[in-house]
Design a protein around this ligand. Structure first.
Ligand code: 4NP
Length: 164
């Protein structure tokens, strides 16, 4: 895995800042942030992890999160109702340790924006066979349930790879 040395390095840090990235920052990545904050349990001998999320587009800058993401989170005991959408930027995210893209298009946009490739990962590379987390925006609520399940699994694998 090409991010192996990045992870070896991150495990030695005191704090690690992680940004989950999708296109609009109203469906997938805010859900990822909420799930990560819920699953993460600090350990004395592991870095302290800090999570946020952003979108490659500014289509929804300042908008509230999609009600379907709020609903699937709430069904699983996670409150993301207070989040608002923001756009990723090289300037605002210059101190970030790891960007986790939801799909290959998000990944390519982050690279094109100038983020170093050893700071960008695809969520699907954490135990999901490289699968993309599909954009659920134009689909039904079942798409959000699928996204939730993928995020839960991938994020728990991501957390495990940062904790030992
Ligand atoms: P997200 O979903 O990238 O998971 O937040 C989308 C939300 C809005 C749009 C696209 C994707 N949009 O084109 O407005």
């Amino acid at each position: 895995m090409k991010l192996e040395s990045t992870f070896a390095h991150l495990r030695e840090q005191e704090r690690v800042k992680i940004v989950f990235v999708c296109l609009g920052n109203i469906c997938r990545s805010p859900l990822a942030e909420g799930i990560a904050n819920t699953l993460y349990k600090p350990h004395a001998n592991a870095p302290k992890l800090e999570f946020s999320s952003a979108g490659t587009s500014g289509f929804h800058n300042g908008d509230p999160i999609d009600s379907r993401s709020i609903a699937i989170a709430r069904e699983n005991g996670i409150d993301i109702a207070h989040y608002t959408s923001k756009q990723v930027s090289l300037y605002a995210h210059s101190d970030v340790d790891l960007l986790v893209a939801m799909d290959r298009s998000n990944y390519a946009t982050l690279k094109a924006m100038g983020f170093e490739s050893d700071k960008i990962a695809l969520l699907g590379d954490f135990g999901l066979d490289g699968a993309e987390v599909p954009d659920p925006y134009y689909g039904g609520t079942d798409g959000f349930a699928k996204v939730f399940a993928m995020l839960q699994s991938g994020i728990s694998n991501l957390l495990a790879s940062l904790s030992h």
